[in-house]
Design a binder for this molecule. Structure first.
Ligand SMILES: [Zn+2]
Ligand SMILES: [Zn+2]
Length: 386
């Protein structure tokens, strides 16, 4: 049992974070990142380090004492296809790819927690450190789960952190119940008969029908959902095969819908199909709807959210810990783990940084030590030695 020098750990984590930031990798391509993570976990003396779980995922296992309970702590490792606009020394060395969501910071915080817990212990049972690939696509958690995660590395509960720009560094927030939304994607393909812009009556062009659909979709939330339900329907693209002096015979409408309950997601899809079928009929064009569910809603367990808030008060100080007032309409792949075990996802402050997914964003290294300490604190609280 060695007590770590917190200042030395903080400096070390900052080094890891900046190294990861300079070498971002897109989802399922995190080869360098996962090798980096696995090498560190082995250096810390974990009992087992498994690589290649769900593609590029890594699972580290640390056991202490004789307790038979197991908990999981999770970080995400992937970057985004965004060109970084920064001049700092650790800026991305891979053109067109950057850590614009702070997953470099999440990975460094969890590595810091692994080092802390491996050196200082203070718990009785098993901790699984999950480093997941491809969070941004909403595919990495499922890949790990379908690779036998729960059977090979069983655990009973799970915790995860995300940084929050706008929340001061050193502050912590979570809430019981819904905290992040589902994300559905949709595509509507309209087909008609294009033709000369001067002779619209000869064909069946699709642009007017497409515009009617874009407008009508705005009635789904305002007129078809209960006023107490939360939903968002955003049309984000309208693409045709037209040119300036020709009417299009093909149009594609793409977009994104958010909700917090499966029933609301189902209702949005149903209404979208009704409106599309009716509009296509009215404008004498054909229409096909593809509706997919990319992220499921993230619902924190009530008791474990209370546990997370208790652990956070010990780390951040009670005055810096709050119950989030409302859920967010962003989505998180962490939700897939909660289909298997209860858990809690929480936010840690990233100060006045640029927003997530912005080309000027950077993770604030001052937050690293708080995140590592939270992971260690919830572990010691949930796997308390007898
Ligand atoms: Zn993101
Ligand atoms: Zn993220």
């Amino acid at each position: 049992m060695t007590t770590l020098d917190p200042n030395a750990l903080e400096r070390e984590m900052t080094g890891w974070r900046r190294d990861l930031h300079a070498h971002p990798e897109f989802g399922f391509e995190e080869k360098r990142t996962s090798a980096f993570v696995a090498a560190k976990l082995r250096e810390f003396g974990l009992d087992d380090v498994a690589e290649g779980i769900g593609g590029t995922g890594v699972v580290g296992t640390l056991k202490r004492g004789s307790g038979n309970r197991a908990i999981a702590l999770r970080a995400d490792m992937d970057a985004l296809r965004i060109s970084e606009q920064a001049e700092h020394a650790h800026r991305s060395q891979t053109p067109g790819t950057m850590h614009a969501c702070g997953h470099d910071g999440h990975t460094a915080m969890l590595l810091g927690a692994a080092k802390l817990l491996a050196s200082e212990g203070g718990f009785d049972g098993t901790v699984r450190f999950l480093f997941q690939p491809a969070e941004e696509w909403g595919r990495g958690a499922l890949a790990m789960l379908s690779d036998g995660l729960m059977e090979r590395f069983p655990f009973e509960e799970i915790y995860g952190l995300h940084n929050a720009p706008g929340l001061p560094v050193g502050q912590f927030q979570t809430r019981a119940g819904s905290i992040m939304s589902a994300e559905d994607n949709f595509e509507i393909v309209l087909k008609g008969i294009g033709g000369h812009a001067a002779r619209p009556h000869v064909g069946n062009e699709v642009l007017i029908a497409a515009c009617a659909l874009v407008t009508s979709f705005q009635t789904i939330v305002s007129r078809r959902l209960s006023p107490t339900d939360i939903g968002v329907v955003s049309v984000t693209e309208l693409i045709t095969d037209g040119t300036r002096n020709a009417l299009p015979g093909l149009a594609r409408i793409l977009g994104d819908a958010r909700s917090f309950r499966p029933e609301v997601s189902a209702e949005i899809e149903k209404q979208m199909r009704i409106i599309t079928d009716g509009t296509a009929l009215a404008y004498n064009v054909s229409a096909e709807v593809t509706y997919t569910r990319e992220f499921v809603p993230l619902v924190n367990d009530e008791a474990l959210a209370a546990e997370a808030l208790t652990a956070a008060r010990g780390v951040f100080g009670a005055e810096n810990v709050a119950t989030a007032r409302e859920p967010m309409t962003g989505s998180e792949d962490f939700a897939r783990f909660l289909d298997h075990v209860p858990g809690c996802f929480a936010f840690v402050g990233n100060g006045p940084s640029a927003p997530l997914h912005n080309p000027c964003y950077d993770f604030d290294d001052a937050g690293l030590i708080h995140g590592a300490r939270f992971h260690a604190a919830i572990t010691r609280q949930r796997l308390r030695p007898a």
